[in-house]
Design a protein around this ligand. Sequence first.
Ligand code: ADE
Ligand code: ZN
Length: 322
Amino acid sequence: MTFRTFPKAELHLHIEGAAPPKLIAGLAREKSVDIAGVFDERGNYAYRDFLQFLKVYEAATQVLQTPEDYRRLTLAVLEESAAHGVVYSEAFLSPDFCGGGDLAAWREYLHAIREAADQAEREMGITLRGVVTCVRHFGPEQAKKTALCAAETADDWLCGFGMGGDENAGEQGDFAYSFDMAREAGLRLTTHAGEWRGPEEVRAAVRDLRVERVGHGVRVIEDLALVDELIEKDVVLEVCPGSNVMLGVYPKLAAHPIEKLRERGIKVTVSTDDPPFFHTDMTKEYEGLARVFEWNEDDFKALNQTALAAAFCDDATRDRIA
Ligand code: ADE
Ligand code: ZN
């Protein structure tokens, strides 16, 4: 089967982390911004470990300075996703990088991103929805500003709120105020947990932030009672196998727990996270799962049904895509 054209839904994609290196390098030249250290000699993003990855990620965002830059970024990202058969994508959007958490600025960035999304939908048949994300290592006070941006712009398109960044910075519960604000504005919730820290972190995410999806969450495999609790609560995992292998959470795909988690009965979905950083795309993710775990067409169909059912979009959008 040809995986490239197989219709896919992707729920976990950071828009800046999906930036083609050429776009970032081109913007750096145009604006004369020095981003030394972001790329290796071959023009790939260069980092050694997770914390350096976060630094390089943030350094690359320094060239994304205007709504027009985000319009170009969004188009480039969606073009790449559509080329890999993605028909529905949820992207993490960061008011922290789009105007520093200022609401008026954020509105302008969001407008530009949505213009690009409309164009991509018309021209490439890919549907994008936005999930505002706060950055954990920027701290709870900054997250409140981010949550306010999210709450003030929440609608059918801007439909979720989440948190990424360094999982070792503070506790999930430190961000409860922001997640409560987002929930009250009607936003659906997800947070990165169980990528670096163990099962206890996922337990805290569900208990303290009341999220319905978890970004990564793979380390719950270390606590089967928790896996069963998550099944009972219908929590869905946004699993990013290529990301986990590239960042060293697992040494190789064969050691990744996605198959064990699926067998146990927890709902898993598959995404790329930050594709150029991890030298991956949705085609490669599917090819890997087929090769290593012998997933077949029916498995991938079921995977996408799970993803669409867990998508934060409204039912009319879901029905149109399914
Ligand atoms: N931001 C972008 N990618 C991330 C990841 N894999 N974990 C946490 N924060 C992120
Ligand atoms: Zn992520």
